[in-house]
Design a protein around this ligand. Structure first.
Ligand code: FRU
Length: 466
């Protein structure tokens, strides 16, 4: 965003939401309220460690020009004194309702979670109303991240909560309410888990998106074992498609990763008229990688993804960057790559587009000798390789497309990479830290097996206004 600590960063992040200072994690309370997009996010304003969580706040009318707002919720009540954890927003009779989890550590050192409400009449000042229901029996204190929506058909509000049972398995709890005040527990959202190959020990940030004839469930399970190329990160974010009927979601498939990159986690969606837009956090990683990220010494850490629209087709999730981002395009360069190209673009913000309706030939595309996307047209496999800043070793993530790669849209924003393949059917995000970025330019190396055309736009940063 090029303000706060990021303005003077060696890794200038221009079109991703960053904290002014401190640590940012999950997107929270996403909503369009009275014509304004409000993005709240988990924030430790004082340090780059996971403590002291507040709700940071930034807003925009068009997703391009943004305004910083004062911190929306601070951990200053008895029921949230050790952290205002993640949650969501809903508009009820023109009033903005924020549901979140209060984290409390008592004098004996024991942790407690409270599901809480705060309301606002203007979107900028919030009145805390305190806990909304009792902690459910049979669950550990890991019960959090309320996501609320209104169901037109049932004419009621629903709330899902990530939870851990006392037997240390993960689940999602469902509540319903006629008035968003008195909530009735409906038990597990998913009772038929027969399609799921793994459960894990805790499900964070559940999000059920109910459409006319099907439902999409996105959640971030912890404790999933790596299997083949899948689930290589410390924690995962996965999706299920299925039916939501009679207060239960029945998956019709096993879980699939939402993003096969390195740090994607804890996304949240919201409706904008007929669009479903999602932001994720970039992100989750091993504690030693997190504490050694080069921006820690600059006093800030992490960013959100760009906003992505979500679509379902044949039980497949498609994610696309919102259309609005095309307004960031400035300089356009078109390269015809006959086997090899090496060029330096004098910008740290780029969008790279390559398409071939009959399928691309195999290639390697490298940014700053640090991050490489390799495609093998013989088996439609893809590999994203980066230099890890902590180990100084190369590490990779892989995926296999179900059909030939026909188009690629790659956003590079200083130290942030987001890759959209085949119209968003396959998406991978990653952080990378190269010395070229420090010089505010990027080196793009493209080695292709046949002549291909590559379009590169230099991008403007998002605008920040006072
Ligand atoms: C996910 C998460 C949530 C929690 C929040 C605390 O990243 O662990 O479950 O509410 O972060 O910051």
């Amino acid at each position: 965003m090029l303000d706060g600590k990021v303005k003077d960063s060696k890794y200038p992040v221009g079109f991703h939401i960053t904290p002014l200072a401190g640590l940012l994690n999950d997107p929270n309370g996403l909503v369009k309220y009275e014509g304004i997009y409000h993005v709240f996010y988990q924030l430790n304003p004082a340090d780059t460690i996971h403590k002291n969580k507040h709700w940071g706040h930034i807003y925009s009318e068009d997703l391009i020009t943004w305004h910083r707002a004062p911190i929306a919720l601070a951990p200053d009540a008895w029921y949230d004194k050790d952290g205002v954890y993640s949650g969501s927003a809903i508009i009820i009779e023109n009033q903005l309702h924020l549901y979140y989890t209060g984290n409390v550590i008592d004098e004996a050192g024991e942790k407690h979670s409270y599901q809480c409400l705060a309301v606002s009449n203007d979107g900028f000042t919030f009145e805390k109303k305190g806990p909304i229901f009792e902690h459910p029996k049979g669950f550990t204190r890991h019960v959090r991240d309320p996501k609320v929506w209104y169901d037109e058909k049932e004419a009621c509000y629903y709330l899902v909560l990530g939870a851990q049972r006392e037997n240390l398995t993960g689940t999602t709890l469902l509540y319903r309410s006629k008035d968003a005040i008195v909530w009735e527990s409906m038990g597990d959202l998913i009772t038929d888990t027969s399609k799921l190959s793994q459960i894990g020990y805790m499900w964070e940030c559940p999000d059920l998106i109910v459409q006319k004839d099907q439902a999409l469930f996105i959640y971030s399970p912890q404790g999933i074992e790596a299997t083949g190329d899948n689930y290589q990160n410390i924690y995962q974010t996965v999706y299920l498609t299925g039916d939501f009927q009679e207060n239960h979601f029945t998956p019709n498939m096993d879980m699939r990763e939402v993003d096969w990159g390195f740090e994607y986690y804890a996304p949240q969606s919201f409706y904008d008229e007929n669009r479903v837009i999602s932001y994720g956090w970039m992100g989750i990683t091993q504690p030693e990688f997190e504490s050694s990220m080069p921006t820690v010494t600059e006093g800030w850490l992490h960013c959100l993804t760009i906003p992505r629209t979500l679509h379902l087709k044949d039980n497949q999730l498609f994610q696309k960057p919102v259309e609005e981002l095309t307004a960031l395009r400035k300089q356009k360069q078109v390269f015809t790559v006959d086997q090899a190209l090496n060029t330096v673009i004098h910008s740290s913000q780029l969008e790279i587009l390559i398409s071939q309706p009959t399928g691309l030939a195999s290639f390697d595309l490298t940014i700053d000798e640090n991050l490489t996307l390799s495609y093998d047209a013989t088996d439609f496999s893809l590999k994203l390789t980066r230099l890890n800043w902590y180990t100084n070793q190369l590490e990779e993530r892989k995926t296999q497309l179900t059909s030939a790669l026909k188009n690629l849209q790659w956003f590079i924003d200083g130290s942030v990479s987001e890759l959209f393949l085949n119209d968003g059917q396959s998406v991978a995000s990653a952080r990378f830290f190269s010395s070229f970025v420090e010089q505010k330019q990027l080196e793009v190396t493209f080695a292709a097996q046949s002549t291909q055309e590559m379009v590169v736009y230099e991008l403007k940063p998002l605008t920040i206004e006072a």
